[in-house]
Design a protein around this ligand. Structure first.
Ligand code: DX5
Ligand code: ZN
Length: 217
């Protein structure tokens, strides 16, 4: 059986019933909470920020995986750590001093991740792959839930997994965007070991079962 992790994206939750949806994830087979922070600058959408994080932290009983789709993320790393983030992922495209951003995240004793947009080749991670815990491969253009999965992702995952294996690294490879029961197995076969899913889970009549369907195969 595959040993990958499932990280439901809170972006697709019902914000009028946030506590209910967080408790659903607590009780489910999911492993992490995936939290999408967007600034309306790096991506063409604004999602939510600190006050919402504070509410999530109050109820969530699993690791908070914070995906920062924001410009100059270094400005807010410490704040997100205080809000309970145990993994912070910044975008390669938003960090001119990526190595410094990674070190800053790790200085707080939490896991560091780097995300790549669909057009960014995985080779750009070559010089930092040994410094990070996780690489997030965007399988849609960041900014919105509910978009269609980009097929080229499989090649990126297998290339990145080979890069990690060559260096004997136990890298987490997370896929974000358009993940469902139609592509989950192929993604883990290609070398992914964390799957984010938003609309597939929250758009399902039985979200806990939807989680099981992309977790157990
Ligand atoms: C997109 C976000 C994703 C999004 C995934 O910019 O990073 O985490 O919530 O949503 P679905 O699974 O609906 O594509
Ligand atoms: Zn995300």
């Amino acid at each position: 059986m595959s040993t990958h992790l499932i990280a439901p994206s809170v972006l697709a939750a019902d914000f009028g019933n946030l506590q209910r949806d967080i408790e659903m994830i607590n009780e489910s087979d999911a492993d992490w909470f995936h939290i999408d922070v967007m600034d309306g600058m790096f991506v063409p959408n604004i999602s939510f920020g600190m006050p919402v994080l504070e509410s999530i932290q109050k109820h969530a009983k699993k690791l908070l995986d914070v995906h920062l789709m924001i410009e100059q993320p270094d400005r807010y790393i410490e704040t997100f750590v205080k809000l309970g983030a145990k993994l912070i992922t910044v975008h390669y495209e938003a960090c001119p001093h990526l190595h410094r951003s990674i070190q800053l995240i790790k200085s707080f004793g939490i896991k560091a991740g780097v995300a790549l947009n669909p057009h960014t080749p995985v080779h750009v991670l070559n010089e930092v792959i040994g410094d990070i815990d996780l690489a997030l491969i965007m399988s849609v253009n960041p900014g919105f839930g509910g978009q269609s999965f980009i097929e080229n992702t499989y090649d990126k995952v297998s290339t990145l997994r080979k890069m990690a294996n060559t260096k004997n690294l136990d890298l987490l490879i997370e896929i974000d965007g358009g993940v469902s029961n139609k592509n989950a197995k192929a993604l883990t076969d290609a070398g992914a070991n964390v799957l984010v899913a938003g609309s597939y889970i929250f758009g399902n009549k039985n979200p806990k079962q939807a989680i099981i369907d992309i977790k157990n195969f």
